[in-house]
Design a protein around this ligand. Structure first.
Ligand code: ADP
Ligand code: ASP
Ligand code: MG
Length: 815
């Protein structure tokens, strides 16, 4: 015989029930089966909620009850033709009327005892099993209904009753030996005391009913049919990348379910484990999937870590005090106190100094526990030997589970360094002596991030997810998103990076999608987004709390550069092409770098100098490997280079500047480039990255613009003044041309000092042939003395800047 259990979602409506009946009819063709069913999805919650309302004299209980009634009646009507309905409807109605009487009792007495609650809750399974049984009869399956209460006998703790195994087993054996039908259908979850009072087996207890029957009759297999394709490596609702575990041991399944893998109710495993009956978890909606097989022998070749589960709503109680050292009986008194209050302990840790004991319990029981423990230790607290118990709420427990973990070194190191890298604070740690489980207590808010990060580390080592929050989608931003979209498949396949854009903002609107914004339609998504606000953008990025989050600034705005610190402090990396932060006060630059190190959040700005050219990265590698910078000589302005390469006595200066702006080679305000300020900022950043302390004011700027042009405040006035001073610019050109030299705006850093300005470059100089918007940097170091290290190439333009930002993102991916 096989025992099959169908959960709440599997029997949530007529369509699902039909699917279940198909599965039953197939399975029962060559084997007898016992079918255990849950209440129709969510009914138990509704039944309990209705009872709570009735007991506080809230008349709304009636409408909830009506909803429960409608649901059940609807299933009958959907599955049984009108001609055959009446008897079934009237029996269903009888059950519902009885339920209504119970609610009226609660309402009149304003009372709700555990005993009444259990009776009320039992109606979910009573109704579902009755209706499904009638449908099976109607479909002419050889089936019979059996009330589980006649088989399963329990103690009198009504909501979480303890099963009397020997008498229950005998009842089951007697019944199933006698039974001649191919299919027996029974309600899950419910049982009875020896005195015939209804009890329940705890929430999720239908799994347990099935296991008890399977063990009693020595079934060949226990099948748990649910809404997912097995026991997953982590909760599939939270970790999208989780996958079903094909084969797992009883011990591992028990650990995972104990730590929150709801797919199987923890007590379920014990009865079948003793008889070594295999459990198969299957998906009702994808019966072709193989599911998870649970047996005694773990498959040796499988991974050390089988799964990661978590429990929310945990409180941590800490009992601490110097008076505890060496005095026997402290722990005993503590545990006895919790036992007396029937408080379940989920996790225990004790410092080896015996200075403190930490206990994890359910949030709901925290205040009851505190009162009881403080009372037990009242004397020690009064005499200062022990501190009043400390309660921390809103925590979660994460557990790494795997029977083979004991044979692998370094797993806990890997677990805790992953959590640390993702800025997840660990409140307590517990590792079972058998090493099947390593648990960590963390803040609930971090649970999703932590689970995903650990899952990535232990199961998806190959693929790393990066979550981008992009501020500024103008020229460069748009190119960046286009490149990202185009490269997505390549990155996933070749670099094992899954890069998702979670948030975008321009100065008007912002939009988010925690699952990743579709990069083919991001413009519409953004246009339909909410009003942009830098503060809300940061809040959202923080509250989504995704691992490997990166804020990308593609603006030239000072206000945006002022918020980097908030991101970095929340362990969110910052990538920026905006030079303002790195060229601001040294103190500020230094502070950002310090915070970046402290919070483990990369701060990258390769595109601050030379757009996509690897200038800063090369410099950093030189310095990190112990080289020292003596001199930097560079042409760092793609825009100025473009302007002076194109300017001659055959055109006007203004025309050339306008062309440069049109082609995207200048900042939005071209004066920033032409005044030399942009170049000064760049050499400042290079000097700082070389380890020198320098301010922008220390840089000598030999500007070539007339005072009047420098003083303009709008682009329009600026262009007008360029036109007015055309003769000045022609003169600059002529002086150079007469000497057969070319004009280059050169930045130099030497002996701790920096200067920028226009220079006459002769034809034998490496700068002479610099074309278009190209940049060149010469690094003279300890190692590169006679021949400097050169980096040269296109140093301006939307495409190359976008690809420089892209390169920074990938650098973070490889971190
Ligand atoms: P049923 O009503 O069939 O008993 P449950 O809701 O009790 O189903 O259990 C199935 C659910 O358990 C899944 O839908 C999933 O959300 C949750 N779950 C949590 N952790 C895991 C896990 N590690 N593997 C599979 N499911 C899990
Ligand atoms: N219906 C019960 C519950 O929701 C038992 C079960 O579904 O397993 O807890
Ligand atoms: Mg369940």
């Amino acid at each position: 015989m096989n025992v099959l259990k169908f959960g709440g979602t599997s029997v949530a409506n007529a369509q699902n029930i039909s699917q279940v009946i198909d599965i039953i009819s197939k399975t029962s063709q060559d084997k007898k089966v016992a079918i255990v069913v849950s209440a129709f999805g969510n009914t138990t919650n509704m039944l309990l909620k209705t009872a709570e309302l009735a007991a506080i004299k809230d008349e709304h209980y009636k409408s909830l009850l009506q909803e429960i009634e409608n649901r059940h009646m609807q299933v009958v009507k959907d599955l049984i033709p009108v001609t055959a309905q009446s008897a079934i409807i009237s029996h269903t109605k009888r059950l519902l009327n009885y339920l209504e009487t119970l609610y009226e009792g609660c309402f009149l007495l304003s009372e709700l005892t555990p005993k009444t609650l259990a009776t009320i809750a039992s109606f979910g399974e009573l109704l579902s099993s009755y209706i499904i049984s009638e449908v099976m009869k109607f479909r002419e399956l050889d089936s019979i209904y059996k009330d589980s209460r006649e088989l399963i006998i329990t103690s009198e703790s009504y909501e979480n009753a303890q099963v009397e195994m020997s008498i229950t087993a005998k009842n089951c054996v007697d019944f199933f030996t006698e039974n001649k039908h191919q299919i027996v259908i029974l309600p899950g979850f419910i049982a009875e005391t020896e005195n015939g009072q209804t009890t329940t087996l705890g929430r999720g207890g239908s799994d347990y009913t099935a296991a008890i029957i399977a063990a009693a009759v020595d079934a060949s297999q226990l099948q748990i049919w649910t809404d997912v394709s097995g026991m997953y490596t982590s909760n599939p609702r939270i970790v999208k990348q989780a996958t079903p575990i094909p084969h797992i041991s009883y011990q591992e399944a028990m650990e995972l379910s104990h730590f929150g893998a709801k797919v199987i109710y923890p007590p379920t495993i014990q009865p079948v484990l003793e008889k070594e009956i295999p459990i198969l978890i299957k998906n009702t909606f994808r019966p072709e999937d193989s599911g998870t097989l649970i047996t005694k022998e773990p498959n040796e070749k499988q991974q050390a870590v089988k799964g990661i589960s978590y429990i929310e709503n945990i409180s941590l109680l800490t009992l601490e005090g110097s008076g505890m050292i060496g005095i026997p009986g402290f722990s005993k008194r503590l545990f006895e106190t919790l036992l007396a209050q029937k408080i379940n302990i989920v996790l225990i840790t004790q410092a080896s100094s015996e200075h403190s004991i930490c206990i994890g319990i359910n949030d709901k029981e925290a205040s009851k526990a505190k009162i009881a423990i403080d009372e037990t230790f009242a004397y020690e607290i009064a005499s200062g030997k022990v501190d009043p118990i400390l309660v921390e709420q809103q925590l979660a427990i994460l557990a790494l589970v795997g029977e083979n973990m004991k044979n692998h070194q370094g797993l806990s190191g890997k677990m805790f360094s992953t959590l640390g890298r993702n800025n997840v604070n660990i409140r307590a740690i517990a590792q079972g002596a058998s090493e099947k489980n390593i648990s960590a207590v963390i803040n609930s808010d971090d649970a999703k991030k932590a689970l995903n990060a650990l899952h990535e580390e232990f199961f998806e080592e190959k693929i790393k997810q990066l979550n981008l929050f992009v501020i500024g989608v103008g020229n460069v931003g748009e190119r960046f998103l286009a490149q990202l979209h185009q490269q997505n498949d390549f990155l996933l396949e070749q670099l094992k990076l899954n890069i998702r854009v979670i948030g975008v903002s321009n100065s008007r609107t912002m939009a988010f999608n925690a699952e990743g914004i579709d990069l083919t339609t991001w413009k519409n998504t953004l246009a339909e987004g909410e009003e942009a606000s830098l503060e809300d953008f940061h809040k959202m990025t923080k509250s989504l709390n995704l691992r490997n989050s990166i804020c990308i600034d593609i603006t030239a705005s000072e206000t945006v550069s002022n918020v980097y610190e908030h991101y970095l402090r929340n362990n969110i990396a910052v990538v920026t092409c905006n030079k303002i932060a790195c060229a601001s006060q040294y103190e500020n630059y230094q502070n950002l770098k310090r915070i970046s190190r402290k919070y483990n959040a990369p701060f990258l700005f390769e595109t601050n100098v030379g757009a996509g050219l690897p200038i800063i990265d090369t410099l950093k590698n030189l310095i990190a490997s112990g080289d020292r910078m003596h001199k930097i000589q560079a042409v760092l302005s793609g825009s100025l280079n473009f302007v002076f390469n194109n300017f001659s006595n055959e055109n006007t200066f203004k025309e050339v500047v306008i062309q440069a702006q049109k082609e995207g080679y200048t900042e939005p305000d071209p004066k920033i480039d032409l005044s030399g300020v942009d170049v000064a900022r760049k050499i400042l950043i290079l000097a700082r990255e070389s380890g020198y302390i320098l301010e922008l004011e220390d840089i000598q700027n030999n500007a070539f613009l007339p005072e009047e042009s420098l003083a303009t405040t709008t682009n329009e006035d600026f262009y007008a003044s360029l036109e007015k001073h055309e003769a000045h610019f022609q003169n600059i050109y002529k002086e150079a041309n007469d000497k057969n030299c070319r004009l280059k705006y050169v930045a130099t850093f030497e002996g701790g000092k920096a200067k920028v300005g226009l220079q006459h470059i002769p034809s034998d100089h490496p700068f002479y042939n610099l074309e278009g918007s190209d940049n060149i940097v010469l690094f003279f170091t300890d190692r590169y003395v006679a021949q400097p290290l050169q980096v040269k190439g296109a140093g301006a333009g939307a495409d190359v800047t976008a690809s420089g930002i892209f390169a920074d993102v990938i650098r973070i991916g490889k971190f």
